[in-house]
Design a protein around this ligand. Structure first.
Ligand SMILES: NC(=O)c1ccc[n+]([C@@H]2O[C@H](COP(=O)([O-])OP(=O)(O)OC[C@H]3O[C@@H](n4cnc5c(N)ncnc54)[C@H](OP(=O)(O)O)[C@@H]3O)[C@@H](O)[C@H]2O)c1
Length: 285
């Protein structure tokens, strides 16, 4: 149940993305006014164009802040800090920041943003399960081979639906100001475990292979990712996926008062949508 009676819109950045789209839909389902922030929104917002920030912040009560291209990339902290200062100056004083676990640059982004003032909640997230169904890895799953420059390191993949539920709680309910949540799934899985679970869910053989950083970048660029982003992600994967984030937390169940969603449930749910289906022609090639 929402505790918010403010009729001003909630600004949702990254509103066409994996997390932002879910946050916007949930807020609207609660009857709240939502202002979508992205380059393709009716009032465009662009992280690289500070002149676009004031227009989307104007009159917004609170904001879900999802940075692009990645909160862990160099330079993110300076940009997020500048955005937070502008938000607080314009009266948008409740901000929920989507962050990443165990990433030094993401931690710097959190600290500089909090220093801007206002009421903050930080959502430090594990790897999204939905990277396998709504991101560069969807084609890898369809092709049956997931390749990453990561060894046998367990990661507690979080379901983005859980993450969006926590974001909405932080935006609409009391008790979350000043909190930093570490959002994980209920169990840590290696990428080999992930491949096995996806195989079970799809009824096809999906394997995991460890590749070099250069091989990962080449594959990601071929899949449509800009080279700079692919290189940045390869850098993050090889540094952050070293076991520092393998432990699970109980922040999702504590905030939502229900268990976090297991990766296998996500896989079964997504397999039923047909997202990983391959056509007979693809299967033969
Ligand atoms: N993937 C993970 O496992 C993971 C884990 C922890 C944290 N994170 C963090 O999650 C964030 C990404 O969230 P997501 O996966 O939901 O996003 P996403 O699915 O990659 O979607 C990107 C969103 O950002 C918008 N966008 C792209 N470039 C933009 C720009 N220059 N200015 C303004 N908006 C822009 C896009 O809309 P338009 O194209 O319309 O602009 C879209 O709405 C990153 O900060 C990342 O560090 C990710």
């Amino acid at each position: 149940m929402t505790q918010t009676h403010d009729i001003r819109p909630v600004l949702v950045l990254g509103a066409t993305g994996k997390v932002g789209a879910r946050v916007a839909a949930r807020l609207e389902a609660l009857g709240l006014a939502v202002r979508r922030g992205s380059r393709t929104a009716s009032v465009p917002f662009d992280w690289t164009e500070p002149a676009t920030w004031g227009r989307v912040l104007d009159g917004a009560s609170s904001a879900f802040v999802s940075y692009q291209p990645d909160v862990g990339f160099p330079g993110a902290a300076e940009t997020i800090s500048a955005f937070a200062r502008e938000a607080v100056r314009l009266g948008t004083d409740r901000l929920v920041l989507l962050s990443g676990r165990g990433e030094p640059e993401a931690a710097r982004s959190e600290a500089t943003a909090i220093a801007a003032g206002g009421r903050w909640t930080v959502l430090r997230s594990s790897w999204f399960a939905q990277n396998f169904s709504e991101h560069v890895f969807v084609d890898a799953v369809r092709a049956g081979v997931i390749g990453l420059p990561v060894g046998d390191v367990p990661e507690p993949f979080v379901d983005v639906d859980d993450l969006a539920d926590v974001a909405v709680a932080a935006l609409t309910q009391p008790g979350h100001d000043g909190r930093t949540y570490e959002l994980t799934g209920p169990a840590a899985l290696t990428f080999t475990d992930v491949a096995r679970i996806l195989s079970d869910a799809t009824g096809r053989t999906i394997t995991y292979v460890q590749v070099s950083a250069d091989e990962y970048v080449a594959g990601a660029v071929a899949a449509g990712l800009p080279r700079g982003d692919a290189e940045g992600l390869a850098g993050l994967f090889t540094s952050v996926l070293d076991g520092r984030n393998s432990h699970t937390t109980d922040d999702v169940p504590r905030v939502l008062v229900r268990p976090a969603t297991p990766f296998a449930d996500y896989a079964t749910r997504m397999a039923a949508t047909g997202v990983w289906d391959v056509s007979p022609v693809e299967a033969r090639s």
